[in-house]
Design a protein around this ligand. Structure first.
Ligand code: AMP
Length: 222
């Protein structure tokens, strides 16, 4: 990755591919913030804001929140000072409209195309379904666990905050299946958009977490 200009990393892949985990590791390494539109929506929902009320029914069903709401929220977020050197996008863009809007936002910020890196995590649907069913989260600490692959030290309790772990409503099997359908229909085609214009890095997301991180960093540095 070249320095000086802002760096933008777009984490791409199905729900449950590890975008959130890898984004927060990369954010620490690169010193730029991790922006998750899903986390922003959940924050609005738990604070019962107007935007949260609008978004909730879509999240509950595993559907996409309408583009105007999503794009408006992201555009506001990237104006904040901590995004001056760039940012990592996790869960955005998810539609062609969002991708085109992002292109415009990056143009206005003078981010050269060579500084936009798309990291595509490849994980088959059956692995996603198996992974999501075991995922547990701690809302206060923001920590994510897996009953099999990354269990807490004491069953059912967050190592950091001690709060009880919960399953996100949208990790329930019927919602995961709906989210995968939406991903294949509306989001996966975006890769073509980026293959034409930006740098797309493809990484096997079924590897152990550390191996995925190492491969991403290695390919970003090439
Ligand atoms: P995530 O945590 O990224 O899996 O997102 C959780 C949910 O938030 C999704 O299933 C959507 O309902 C909503 N969401 C997150 N990002 C977007 C986006 N870019 N466009 C539309 N809806 C989104």
């Amino acid at each position: 990755m070249s320095g000086r200009h802002q760096q933008v990393v777009i984490m791409f892949g199905p729900p449950g591919a590890g975008k959130g985990t890898q984004s927060s590791i990369l954010a620490d390494k690169l010193g730029i913030p991790h922006l998750s539109t899903g986390a922003m929506f959940r924050h609005h929902i738990s604070n019962a804001t107007e935007l949260g009320r609008e978004a909730k029914s879509y999240l509950d069903k595993g559907q996409l929140v309408p583009d105007d709401i999503t794009v408006g929220m992201l555009a506001e977020r990237i104006k904040q000072d901590d995004c001056a050197a760039g940012f990592i996008l996790d869960g955005f863009p998810r539609t062609v409209f969002q991708a085109k809007t992002l292109d415009n936002l990056l143009n206005v910020r003078n981010v050269p195309a060579t500084n936009v890196h798309v990291v595509a995590l490849v994980v088959p649907d059956d692995v996603i379904i198996q992974r999501q069913s075991g995922r547990r989260v701690a809302h206060k600490s923001g920590k994510i666990y897996h009953l099999e692959h990354n269990p807490p030290k004491i069953a059912g309790v967050c190592d950091v905050s001690g709060e009880p772990l919960v399953q996100r409503d949208d990790d329930k099997p019927e919602v995961v299946t709906a989210r995968l359908k939406v991903y294949h229909a509306q989001t996966e085609p975006l890769l073509e958009h980026y293959k034409g214009s930006g740098t797309v890095i493809t990484v096997d997301g079924t590897q152990p977490m550390d191996a995925v991180t190492a491969e991403i960093i290695n390919k970003l540095e090439q």
